[in-house]
Design a protein around this ligand. Structure first.
Ligand SMILES: [Ca+2]
Ligand SMILES: [Ca+2]
Ligand SMILES: [Ca+2]
Ligand SMILES: [Ca+2]
Length: 446
């Protein structure tokens, strides 16, 4: 189930799909929903497995459905709808043990005898059940190693912060939420920054987030040059655990099993910064981190010789009283507050920049997980595609009362939300004092 609720937890809309979610669903401005879900028979199983993406209308009718679950790829966790209508998808990418050893991997110890790397696929939806893959990025093209001098990707790890050491960390195991698996990086979140034309992703097992260039062609993304950055598909930035690129030790590790990384929109407080949920922060507490990336005016991320990428720490942290080992996330809101989801307790709460909890909700029931919740402003939906409403019921709660009048007054004085169709009670295309007067009559004659 996917719910759209208001601040009072009145349900505005419900979407149903027969398969459970892989991560959060994304409401579109045309009132449709893009929903990543778990297919029945994934080709590789670990936590967060998905495999399907369904695009549904307001009434849960499936408009488009696409499966990324085959011999080569298995979608998992997050997706990212793009402004042009395409969708970025995180996928595990199958490599055999032989392929991994040929790249310099030294040990693989899982019953599948495989190493599932990671890829990002950009889907252009076609018709009701097809897609063109219009852009691809493969982690496999951006690896280095210092174990086998005879291979072309041999290098000194600390001299290649733009690459991933193929020998860092374990590959798979016999344990897991499903069965034996061959997961390595365990990416779990993806977001897109249209201003920079860059992508940010998060790796649970590395304790790192990465930024890569999206301005490349697929061929350039496989290379180490070209694109806006001039670096092809190499890492432009990484943060959280400099041990992975041999420029730090355990005391420099800042992230542990983090999820939900995303850019704060430019016009919000903290605009351009990254915000994320650091699941295993310290003392069995999770934390939300906001970090300022060391981006210079030419679009490069500053890195001093022999140093790790900054910043030294978050510019803002919220912690205490909540922990989830799985999923979870945080989104900055336009007023500077932050909406946090503690996934394992289906707990959502909003804190001010001073850490005061101003809204708090736990979805009732046992063993219910909510991967992440996101808040949308009341003017988010396009006016022409606005969903069904009762004129005057501005907050969609089925009654017309003082709360609706309050919203309408805010719209009149342009302090809260942009005018919405249910607030234009007399239907003349604007929200004015005339609408408020009619609304007051409706509310008190009810
Ligand atoms: Ca996303
Ligand atoms: Ca918890
Ligand atoms: Ca109402
Ligand atoms: Ca009006």
């Amino acid at each position: 189930m996917t719910y759209l609720v208001n601040n009072s937890i009145n349900v505005i809309n419900t979407w149903y799909y027969p398969r459970g979610p892989a991560s959060l669903a994304y409401l579109q401005r045309d009132s449709t929903l893009i929903y990543p879900f778990r297919v029945q028979n994934p080709t590789m199983i670990n936590g967060g497995v998905g495999g399907g993406i369904a695009h549904m209308d307001w009434d849960s009718n499936v408009l488009w459905l696409y499966i990324v679950s085959n011999d080569l790829y298995q979608h998992h966790h997050d997706i990212q709808p793009l402004p042009n209508g395409n969708i970025l998808v995180i996928a595990w990418e199958r490599k055999t043990a032989a392929e991994a050893y040929a790249m310099g991997r030294q040990t693989i110890n899982n019953p599948l005898n495989e190493m599932w790397s990671e890829a990002i696929l950009e889907l252009e939806p076609i018709g009701t059940d097809s897609a063109n893959i219009v852009w691809e990025w493969h982690l496999w093209d951006h690896l280095t190693q210092d174990a086998d001098t005879t291979l072309t990707n041999y290098g000194i790890i600390s001299e290649h912060p733009e690459l991933i050491d193929i020998n860092y960390g374990n590959v798979g195991g016999t344990q897991g939420p499903g069965v034996s698996h061959a997961d390595w990086m365990h990416l779990n979140a993806i977001d897109y920054n249209a201003d920079l034309d860059q992508i940010v992703i998060s790796s649970r097992t590395m304790g790192e987030i990465y930024i890569i260039d999206h301005s490349t062609t697929t061929a350039e993304a496989a290379s180490h040059s070209d694109g806006n950055s001039g670096k092809g598909g190499d890492l432009l930035y990484r943060w959280g655990n400099p041990q992975v690129y041999d420029r730090g030790n355990g005391s420099d590790q800042q992230l542990n099993a983090q999820h939900g990384v995303n850019w704060i929109p430019a016009n919000y407080p903290g605009g351009g910064n990254l915000i994320l949920f650091n699941n295993n922060y310290q003392n069995n507490n999770s934390a939300v981190f906001e970090i300022v990336t060391p981006l210079d005016s030419t679009g490069n991320y500053l890195l001093e010789e022999n140093e790790d990428y900054g910043p030294d720490g978050p510019i803002w942290t919220h912690s205490g009283g909540f922990h989830s080992n799985v999923q979870s996330g945080a989104f900055r809101l336009p007023n500077g507050n932050t909406l946090i989801t503690e996934a394992d307790d289906a707990h959502m709460f909003e804190v001010t920049s001073n850490g005061m909890v101003v809204w708090n909700y736990v979805y009732p029931g046992q063993n219910i997980m909510i991967a992440r919740a996101q808040r949308y402003t009341l003017n988010y939906l396009n006016q022409n595609d606005f969903p069904d409403y009762v004129s005057g019921d501005i907050n969609f709660d089925g009654e017309i009362n003082i709360a609706d009048i309050s919203h309408a007054v805010d719209m009149l004085y342009e302090v809260g939300y942009n005018p919405t169709p249910p607030a234009d009670v007399n239907g003349d295309g604007a929200v004015t004092m005339v609408d408020i007067i009619i609304l007051v009559e409706m509310a008190f004659n009810d």
